[in-house]
Design a protein around this ligand. Structure first.
Ligand code: BT5
Length: 240
């Protein structure tokens, strides 16, 4: 496998990228595949990886061991949305905290960041999946595709990742916060539910956590990686 290339098939591009990181390749190195046989999401979930869609992992070596590290998935989300729009994905794209690209109310892409701490320091594998040509059937959640060419999206995405992770590394998270919030599905004021609880989004905290004013405690709580949903309107009326 050579760095910055597209392989035909692999289990997961995150595993290939991790190997490149362990060999000492620099920040900005990437690897992509036309197909994955064991694409993964967070918490042991799987990522359906159909040919014609994008599977790419990008190596990020943060220069600072501070809160910037936890902003990497959000910076990658901004990069993915920007690249998709530049390739003609059209209207209706949004970022669903912490790691989804949505088209309308359906998931069109996802990001899986995995930190690796080794003898050559910390690096982060940023894995990105995006449905370019087709979306999987029968997943049980609304899914969408972007209607863009994978071979056009790949270089555009790498350029945007270089840009936004460069911004994060050199300046800190302020511009990432602003860019993410401007396209966030969970914008401040949105009524949400998580783990059977309800509340209202108030913003993003210092480490990119979702801040929510919880209805039951009346306090702002920091959510780190929980699955958060927009609260259906009917549900809001029913409970006042
Ligand atoms: C994610 O996890 O959304 C992160 C997905 C990251 C995939 C990339 S592909 C390149 C790199 N190599 C890998 O092995 N992974 C990364 P999560 O938030 O846990 O969402 C997973 C859930 O999304 C699944 O349980 C399904 O419900 C749904 N899902 C699976 N495949 C999908 C697809 N192709 N399109 C839309 N939704 C999908």
């Amino acid at each position: 496998m050579s760095a910055n290339s597209v392989v035909e098939i692999c289990d997961s591009t995150n595993d290939l990228c991790r190997a490149l990181g362990e060999e000492g390749h620099p920040s900005g190195t990437w690897i992509s595949a036309r197909r994955q046989s064991a694409g993964r999401g967070r918490l042991g979930r799987s990522w359906v990886s159909q040919e014609g869609n994008l599977f790419l992992s990008y190596l990020f070596r943060p220069s600072h061991r501070d809160e910037r590290v936890s902003w990497a998935p959000l910076a990658a989300g901004v990069a993915l949305l920007t690249a998709a729009e530049a390739c003609g994905a059209g209207r209706g794209l949004g970022l669903k905290w912490p790691n989804d690209l949505w088209r309308g109310e359906a998931k069109a892409g996802g990001i899986l960041c995995e930190g690796v701490s080794g003898p050559k320091g910390l690096f982060i594998v940023i894995g990105i999946g995006a449905n370019c040509a087709s979306e999987p059937a029968a997943l049980g959640i609304p899914v969408a595709s972007l209607g863009v060419s994978v071979d056009a999206l790949r270089p555009a995405l790498v350029r945007e990742l270089d840009h936004w992770l460069g911004v994060l590394d050199s300046e800190g998270p302020a511009r990432i916060r602003e860019a993410f919030l401007s396209r966030s599905v969970l914008a401040p004021g949105t009524e949400v539910t998580w783990q059977g609880r309800t509340g209202q989004v108030s913003g993003l905290g210092a480490s990119g956590e979702l801040q929510v004013l919880a209805d039951d405690t009346g306090k702002v709580e920091n959510l780190l990686a929980e699955d958060v949903s927009v609260r259906p309107r009917a549900d809001r009326k029913a409970s006042g």
